[in-house]
Design a protein around this ligand. Structure first.
Ligand SMILES: Nc1ncnc2c1ncn2[C@@H]1O[C@H](COP(=O)(O)OP(=O)(O)OP(=O)(O)O)[C@@H](O)[C@H]1O
Ligand SMILES: [Mg+2]
Length: 238
């Protein structure tokens, strides 16, 4: 019975980091950016990461996405340790389980909104017609049914972020990582994009890990993790 319980709790974890550390080495100069970071994100859970500029937030997200290798520790996505996988397998694992939204949207400039959103499904070898149908549905959900064939340069900042959100969700990943997803927008568009992210996150049962400078926003997301000089600030004991 207790075994069963442990298993179901374990299964519920989508993303986990243990004792994560990152030191950049450049000749004789060592820059220690992260140290001893432990983090658990359960299915459908939302957490925010806050911290001063340079505290290691983006570095942490890169490690959690398996886009960079940690100096110490491990990252598991959907139960699989990135360090045990080849580059190709890491890519497949990421494509199946994780979506990203960045401050500067990283949409492909030469593709339309529709093509950008279809891309992760095409990479996952879905047929063009299935990918197109799903991408149109999702773009309509983010309020961009009338902008399917616009390229990123022909969209507003808020619209681009909504395309990025649709692209992140299209594979129905277990979790979304977002790095300052609204940092580049005016306060009204930021609020709209943020509300959209939270409501779609609910609808798609996706866990969410968001880096933000905005403490009010962080409080709305859920549990807040504070990074100070590359370490998680532990709440003071009462
Ligand atoms: N390739 C690198 N080589 C050496 N140091 C690096 C490298 N990349 C990042 N750093 C350093 O790591 C620290 C953390 O950077 P990071 O981008 O994670 O900060 P951040 O918390 O995301 O900051 P911001 O809020 O400004 O985006 C910084 O001091 C940065 O200079
Ligand atoms: Mg950053």
């Amino acid at each position: 019975m207790s075994n069963l319980h442990t298993n179901s709790v374990e299964k519920n974890i989508i993303l986990q980091a243990n004792n994560l550390g990152k030191t950049y080495r450049d000749g004789l100069i060592n820059t220690e950016v992260l140290q001893g970071v432990d983090l658990v994100l359960h299915a459908r859970e939302r957490k925010a990461i806050v911290g001063a500029s340079g505290s290691g937030k983006s570095t942490l997200l890169h490690l959690l996405a398996g886009l960079d290798k940690p100096t110490t520790g491990e990252v598991k996505l959907a139960g699989q340790d990135f360090s045990n996988l080849s580059e190709t397998k890491r890519g497949i694992l990421r494509n199946q389980n994780m979506g990203f939204v960045y401050q500067f949207h990283y949409l492909l400039a030469e593709l339309t909104a529709l093509e950008n959103v279809m891309l992760p499904l095409r990479v996952a070898r879905q047929s063009a017609s299935t990918a197109e149908k799903q991408a149109i549905g999702l773009l309509k959900q983010v309020g961009l049914g009338h902008r399917l064939h616009h390229k990123p340069a022909e969209l507003s900042g808020g619209e681009r972020q909504r395309v990025a959100i649709a692209r992140a969700l299209i594979t129905r990943p277990g979790c979304i990582l977002a790095d300052e997803p609204t940092g580049n927008l005016d306060s009204k568009s930021a609020e709209q994009v943020f509300d959209l992210m939270l409501s779609l996150n609910d609808e798609f049962d996706t866990a969410l890990l968001v880096v933000t400078h905005d403490l009010d926003l962080a409080a709305q997301i859920g549990e807040t993790i504070t990074l100070v000089d590359g370490r998680i600030l532990q709440p003071a004991a009462v």
